[in-house]
Design a protein around this ligand. Structure first.
Ligand SMILES: [Zn+2]
Length: 497
């Protein structure tokens, strides 16, 4: 079937669903959902997995309850709508706050991710030659394990709903990691790694991966830093100022700002799966989440896996503040739960969709997902300026272990490396660095935010949430940040890899 034939069939079934009493219905056609993952382990091709899926997922809203169904057989779209309606009728008999979509906002348009050279057009031999070249640079007698890994996605998605929305998106994503590992004198494996990153501009295809500034050019650096970690002493426990580079800052933001601000978590819908949130609906608009220096947006970064044009309710992606000068002003939401949040808060705390409704595949239903959760650059200069202003601190980079409270109210992170800062100068390297704090105390202790020169876009290819689990890709644009007087200490055994 062509896209137009599917669209015509879907519109016919929309009419049928309205006649059956549905207030809203939508359909997402994945005309192509392609993936490829190539892994080199110690220079050997460990895996080359390719995936290709095509199908349609439909939702209907009946008496305040959702019904969902999906099929890979486009000749059975009618039966698929019927199953969704049966599911919605069953769900409508269960207790629960009635779902509603709010005012209709029909959208039309198309989004295309910026790509010069589509990685799916690059032959496997060329991919292997590129990744092997990086592996060669990671080789050393003292390096015991090497991993070079790249992953590619290409999706062509069409969306329609009963309000007249008709949008398409064509998305390419590229992810890559390189890592070197070696044992220290205590027999513990140390590691150093880098993920493909950017400054948030540019394009998202093969040309991004092969730009040495964003990936391959860091091979020698991580090898050198691994040897420094292996030779280093453990970080002595104590309270210090903590300077976080974007390679660690992205996970700090992800776990202690992004996840707790997902509205479905705030409302308790994820409690038995991914966990809850320390934020309650009535706190939106007033909670002091961090210091005045904390400005966090759900951003539409030009080049990021968290930029997609239209979410899975067809709403054009918005760019808006989540936290402004430290105050929580908004959350990550879809259209569906706004009324419930406002009812539970006792006043209007959310007024429009945060365009965060996203599904990981045609056979999954959209839930509230992070987009680009970005910290805005500040006015405290470069990394060197922040180091020069620090008497007693450490700089940390790249997560190794993490343990987060189920409501995201406190956390414990271990990182690959720490550099000591004494009297304004970066001195020696420490191994096994960790730090821990309560989420709000921590963000309220943010006292320096680096300028645009320190701001980098980090990709997350594997955020997991929902039941059944959905793996989602997104981005975090993060400057260098300094936090005052944080508890730092030697790592216990890693709590969660
Ligand atoms: Zn996550």
């Amino acid at each position: 079937m062509t896209i137009e034939q599917v669209a015509t069939a879907v519109r016919g079934h929309f009419d049928r669903m309205r006649t059956a009493g549905c207030g809203f219905a939508d359909a997402r056609l994945y005309d192509e959902d392609a993936s490829q993952r190539v892994v080199l382990y110690d220079g050997n091709l460990e895996s080359n997995n390719r995936g290709l899926e095509r199908g349609i997922g439909v939702r209907v809203l009946y008496e305040g309850a959702w019904g969902f169904a999906a099929t890979a057989d486009l000749d059975t779209i009618g039966a698929c709508f019927d199953r969704a309606l049966t599911n919605a009728r069953a769900a409508a008999r269960l207790p629960g706050f009635p779902k509603e979509m709010g005012p209709a906002r029909p959208a039309k348009g198309e989004y295309r991710a910026p790509v010069v050279k589509d990685p799916f057009e690059v032959p496997l031999a060329e991919k292997l030659a590129f990744l092997t070249g990086i592996d060669e640079r990671l080789k050393d007698d003292s390096v015991k394990q090497r991993i070079v890994h790249a992953r590619f996605q290409r999706r062509r998605i069409h969306y329609w709903n009963t309000e007249g929305t008709d949008v398409s998106r064509f998305v390419n994503n590229t992810f890559a990691t390189m890592m070197v590992m070696a044992p220290d004198k205590d027999g513990r494996t140390q590691r150093r790694s880098v993920e493909l990153y950017s400054d948030g501009s540019g394009t998202r295809g093969w040309e991004w991966l092969t730009n040495p500034d964003w990936f391959s050019g860091h091979a020698e650096r991580i090898k050198r830093e691994l040897f420094e970690v292996v030779a280093a002493e453990p970080l002595p426990p104590g309270r210090r100022d903590l300077i976080i580079l974007p390679g660690q800052g992205f996970l700090q933001v992800h776990e202690t700002i992004g996840h707790p601000l997902e509205l479905d978590r705030i409302l308790g819908y994820e409690l038995s799966f991914a966990g809850g949130s320390h934020v309650r609906p009535e706190m939106i608009g007033t909670l002091r989440y961090g210091s005045d220096k904390l400005n966090c947006r759900a951003g539409v970064t030009p080049n990021s896996p968290g930029t997609f044009g239209f979410d899975d309710e067809g709403t054009p992606q918005r760019d808006y503040y989540l936290i402004k000068q430290g105050i929580l002003v908004n959350v990550l939401s879809s259209r569906t739960d706004l009324a419930e949040a406002n009812a539970k808060a006792g006043s209007e705390v959310v007024s429009e969709s945060g365009t965060a409704a996203r599904a990981c595949a045609f056979y999954r239903t959209p839930i509230d997902r992070m987009t680009n959760i970005n910290i805005e650059p500040g006015e405290d200069g470069t990394l060197n300026d922040i180091v020069a202003a620090t008497e007693n601190g450490i700089i940390v980079d790249v997560p190794v272990s993490w343990s987060i409270g189920s409501n995201r109210e406190h956390f414990h992170f271990g990182t690959e490396i720490a550099w000591e800062v004494k009297d304004g100068r970066r001195t020696r390297v420490f191994k096994n660095p960790t730090y821990q704090a309560h989420t709000l105390d921590f963000w309220r202790s943010l006292d320096k935010v680096g300028d645009k020169s320190t701001w980098l876009l980090q990709s997350v290819p594997n955020c997991g949430k929902g039941e059944p689990n959905q793996i989602m890709e997104l981005g975090h644009g993060i400057p260098v940040m300094r936090f005052k007087d944080v508890q730092c200490g030697e790592a216990e055994a890693a709590t969660k890899e």
